[in-house]
Design a protein around this ligand. Structure first.
Ligand code: ADP
Ligand code: MG
Length: 483
C-alpha cells in the first residue's frame, strides 16, 4: 500500500466592507428585510448600466498588497454566464483573464509545530455576489423565494496554488488569511454570515513525487470546522475509491454539515461553459502605480509585523506575542491595557490566561466584554502597587465580569484590601517558632518547605498578606535564627 498524500488548493470569497454595492448605489447590510436593498441595477432592469465603486478598488488593492501580490496596471471585467434565479442578469460580472492582482504569498504558522509554512496566491479578482434562494418544503406546495439584497455585493476571490497538504494546514492558513484581511479592515471575515466563504479543491496522489491526481471541488464550507472536516472526509473517500481500483472523477461536491459527507453536485464544468467575454459596459482600466503606492503607505501594521514588535518593544516571549496578535481585537485590547497600567508582561498574562478564558467560556466577543481594558489596567495597577494580592485580584476580576462594576467600587463594597504589613512580623514569629522541625528542614537545604509557612499565613489571613513582604520576613527570621 502506498503512503497517500493529499494536495489542496483553496478558493476564498471575501465580502468587501463597503457602504454600497460594487456597481450600484444600493446600501447593503446583513440581515435586513428581503429585497429592500435591491435597486434597478441590482434587479437588472432594462437600460441600467454598471459603474465601478471606487472604494471597492481601493479595498481590493489593499487586500492584494496585504497578501504580497503584484497589482496589475491594466485590468478589466468580464461576463460569466450562467442561468440561476439568484442572478437577475443571467451573467455575473467577474474578472477572467486579466485579474487585478497575481503572484502573492502568505506565510503562516501552525501552533505547537516548528517552522513557518508558505502558500502562494495564484490570483485575486473582483466580482459581484449573487442573491440568496430560500426554499420552503411545505407538503402541499414547494416554493422557493429569492432575496436579492446580497446580489451585487462586492467580493474578492482569492485563488491559492495547490500548496497545502493536510486539513490542518488548510485550517491555519485560512485562519491567517482571515486575520490579515481583518487587520487591514477590508472584510469582517464572518464565515457564519457568509462574508468569508471557502471552496476547497482536493486530490490525492501515491506520494510527494507523483504527479497531481484528479481534483474534486468542495463547496458550502461555512465554518472553519467544516473546512477541516470536509477535507478530511474527501481525502478518505478518494483514497477508498483509488484503493478499490476506481477512478476519481473531476467534479463539484457539496458538504453536508449535518450528515458529515460530501454529495455530488455536478461533474466539473469547463471555462467554456460560462461563455466568458469582456464586459462591454465597463472598459478596461488603468491602475496608476502612484495610487498603489499611496495605498501601500496607508497599510496598517500586519499581524506578523505586530508579533515581532511585541517581542522587541514589550520584551514578550514569542508564545505571548503569537497569542496576542492572533486576532486584531485581542491586540487592540492588550495595547489599551498596557497604556493604562504600563506593565506589558502582567497585561499579557492577564489577557491570555484570564480574559481569553472567560471570553471563550461565555462565547462572547472581546469588544463586548464588560471587563474593559480600563478596568483590567486598573486592576493590574493595584497588584503592582501592592494594594491587591494576586489571589484577591482574581476575585475582583470575577466580580468585574459578573457584576459589571468598576474595580475601586468592588474593592470598597467587598472590603478587598491587602493587610497592613505591620501586622505580619508577629504572625511570622509565632508560626516559625511553632514548627522547629520545618525550620530545620529549610536550614538543611530544603528550600521548598518555605512554601509551607507562606501557605499557612495566607490561609490565616484569608489571602490578604502581601506575598513579597511575607517572603522577606520569613527569610529575615531564618537569617536571624542562624546567627
Ligand atoms: P480552474 O480550472 O478553476 O480555472 P485551477 O485548475 O487553476 O482553476 O485551480 C483552481 C483551484 O484548484 C486552485 O485553488 C488550485 O490550487 C486548485 N488545484 C488545482 N489543481 C489541483 C489538484 N490537482 N489538486 C488539488 N487542488 C488543485
Ligand atoms: Mg471561481
Amino acid at each position: 500500500m502506498s503512503a497517500w498524500e493529499a494536495v489542496i488548493g483553496l478558493e476564498i470569497h471575501s465580502q468587501l466592507k463597503t457602504k454600497t454595492k460594487i456597481f450600484a448605489t444600493d446600501p447593503y447590510q446583513y440581515g435586513e428585510l428581503a429585497n429592500t436593498q435591491a435597486g434597478p441595477v441590482t434587479l437588472a432592469l432594462p437600460g441600467v448600466l454598471p459603474v465601478l465603486n471606487q472604494e471597492v478598488l481601493d479595498l481590493a488593492i489593499l487586500a492584494g498588497l496585504a497578501l504580497n501580490c503584484k497589482i496589475a496596471e491594466i485590468t478589466k471585467f468580464d461576463r460569466k454566464h450562467y442561468f440561476y434565479p439568484d442572478l437577475p442578469k443571467a451573467y455575473q460580472i467577474s474578472q477572467y483573464d486579466m485579474p487585478y492582482a497575481v503572484d502573492g504569498r502568505v506565510e503562516y504558522a501552525i501552533p505547537k509545530t516548528q517552522g513557518e509554512h508558505l502558500v502562494r496566491i495564484h490570483r485575486i479578482h473582483m466580482e459581484e455576489d449573487a442573491g440568496k434562494l430560500l426554499h420552503s418544503h411545505h407538503p402541499d406546495m414547494q416554493v422557493s423565494y429569492v432575496d436579492l439584497n446580497r446580489a451585487g455585493v462586492p467580493l474578492i476571490e482569492i485563488v491559492t496554488e495547490p500548496d497545502l497538504r493536510t486539513s490542518t494546514e488548510a485550517y491555519y492558513f485560512l485562519a491567517t488569511l482571515r486575520n490579515i484581511l481583518r487587520y487591514v479592515s477590508v472584510t469582517d471575515g464572518n464565515m457564519e454570515e457568509g462574508s468569508l466563504r471557502c471552496d476547497a479543491n482536493v486530490s490525492v496522489r501515491p506520494g510527494p513525487d507523483a504527479p497531481f491526481g484528479t481534483r474534486v471541488e468542495i463547496k458550502n464550507l461555512n465554518s472553519f470546522r467544516a473546512v477541516q472536516a470536509a477535507i478530511d472526509y474527501e481525502i478518505e473517500r478518494q483514497i477508498d475509491v483509488l484503493e478499490s481500483g476506481g477512478q476519481v472523477i473531476q467534479s463539484t461536491v457539496l458538504w453536508d454539515a449535518d450528515a458529515r459527507v460530501t454529495r455530488l453536485m455536478r461533474t466539473k464544468e469547463d471555462a467554456e461553459d460560462y461563455r466568458y467575454f469582456p464586459e462591454p459596459d465597463l472598459p478596461p482600466f488603468y491602475i496608476a502605480p502612484a495610487k498603489v503606492k499611496k495605498i501601500a503607505n496607508s497599510m496598517p501594521e500586519l499581524p506578523d509585523a505586530k508579533r515581532k514588535r511585541y517581542e522587541a518593544e514589550y520584551q514578550l516571549p514569542p508564545y505571548d506575542a503569537a497569542v496576542l496578535t492572533q486576532e486584531k481585537e485581542i491586540a487592540e485590547y492588550f495595547e489599551a491595557t498596557v497604556k493604562v497600567c504600563g506593565d506589558p508582561k502582567k497585561s499579557s498574562n492577564w489577557v491570555k490566561d484570564e480574559v481569553l478564558g472567560v471570553i471563550n467560556k461565555q462565547d462572547i466577543a472581546l469588544t463586548d466584554f464588560v471587563c474593559t481594558p480600563a478596568r483590567l489596567g486598573r486592576l493590574i495597577q493595584l497588584i503592582a502597587s501592592g494594594d491587591l494580592t494576586s489571589k484577591m485580584a482574581k476575585q475582583v476580576f470575577e466580580h468585574i465580569y459578573t457584576d459589571d462594576m468598576d474595580v475601586d467600587a468592588i474593592i470598597q463594597k467587598h472590603g478587598y484590601k491587602q493587610m497592613d504589613n505591620a501586622e505580619l512580623p508577629a504572625l511570622v514569629n509565632k508560626l516559625m517558632a511553632a514548627h522547629p522541625d520545618n525550620v530545620t528542614k529549610i536550614k538543611g537545604g530544603n528550600e521548598r518547605v518555605k512554601g509551607f509557612f507562606v501557605g499557612q499565613i495566607m490561609k490565616a489571613t484569608r489571602g490578604q498578606a502581601n506575598p513579597g513582604e511575607l517572603n522577606r520576613l520569613i527569610d529575615e527570621w531564618l537569617q536571624k535564627s542562624t546567627s
